[in-house]
Design a protein around this ligand. Structure first.
Ligand code: SF4
Length: 261
């Protein structure tokens, strides 16, 4: 099936395509984010398997996610909604209890959709899922933060859009909203740490918009198979990226890793 692609939407300029449609690609939710943030870094990762150096792991947030999952699982077993969801006013739903959930939550498997025309997977791992009485599914994502205010970043929204797109492609009915459950550290009025953190909990729904996901996935797949490196572009501060900046400066002094400096 012939497809046309418009890379100019992403500021990539003209990109040379290869006929390599035989290799199956796997693009994660975060891979799609990288494609949007910096096509060059995405291309280095997918085409050359050169990965951007990872940041520090958010181990405190990961620990909170782990414990919230356990808490929600207890309510799931009891057939109850967690109080934070009830307080938000969700009534006609229960926590999804299908066999698929353990795979959907697994970071190494996750929920995935295979596009036969593109010969590519799009995948990501969800935190939890609500099942409404009409059978539609609403994605839940836990977020923990020490910030003063809750901010729903564009990336958070896109994360939900991608999960919902995958669910739809797999034939599931999806709820028009997705739900963030925020855990925000209470600092006001506290006199010290004393080996304990207290959190407020709050549900913030977002309207799901999956329209951009399919075309972006197609463009990302095409770029991943392109022989031509695209321009860089990052959504960091003023488009600045420390990694490429370092490489640029270091290369002036002809420092290469095998010099062991
Ligand atoms: S600018 Fe940053 S994100 Fe882009 S290719 Fe360089 S290291 Fe990767």
């Amino acid at each position: 099936m012939a497809r046309s692609f418009n890379f100019h939407n992403y500021g990539l300029g003209l990109v040379t395509m290869t006929a390599k449609f035989t290799n199956t690609l796997k693009i994660s939710r975060s891979g799609l984010k990288l494609f949007l943030d910096c096509p060059r870094c995405f291309w280095l990762d997918l085409y050359h398997k050169v990965k951007k150096p990872p940041g520090y792991p958010f181990t405190l947030s990961i620990a909170v996610d782990y414990l919230v999952k356990k808490e929600f699982d207890t309510y799931r077993e009891q057939g109850k909604l967690p109080p934070v969801l009830e307080k938000h006013g969700i009534k006609d739903a229960k926590l999804f209890n299908g066999d698929e959930l353990s795979e959907w939550r697994n970071n190494f498997k996750g929920i995935s959709y295979f596009d036969e025309d593109l010969n590519a997977y799009l995948y990501g791992a969800v935190d939890d899922v609500l099942e409404f009485s009409d059978g539609s599914l609403g994605v839940i994502d836990y977020k923990s933060s020490g910030a003063k205010e809750i901010i729903i970043y564009d990336d958070y929204q896109k994360q939900m859009d991608v999960y919902n797109y995958i669910l739809k492609q797999k034939g599931y009915e999806t709820y028009p909203e997705a739900f963030f459950v925020f855990y925000k550290v209470i600092k006001e009025g506290e006199t010290g740490f004393y080996n304990s953190l207290k959190f407020t909990e709050e549900v913030r729904p977002v309207k799901v918009n999956t329209e951009w996901v399919g075309p972006t996935f197609e463009n990302a797949v095409e770029l991943a198979r392109s022989e031509t490196p695209p321009a860089s572009g990052t959504s960091g501060k003023n488009g600045h990226c420390d990694h490429c900046h370092f490489v640029e400066l270091a290369s002036q002094f002809k420092i290469t890793p095998d010099l062991n400096i």
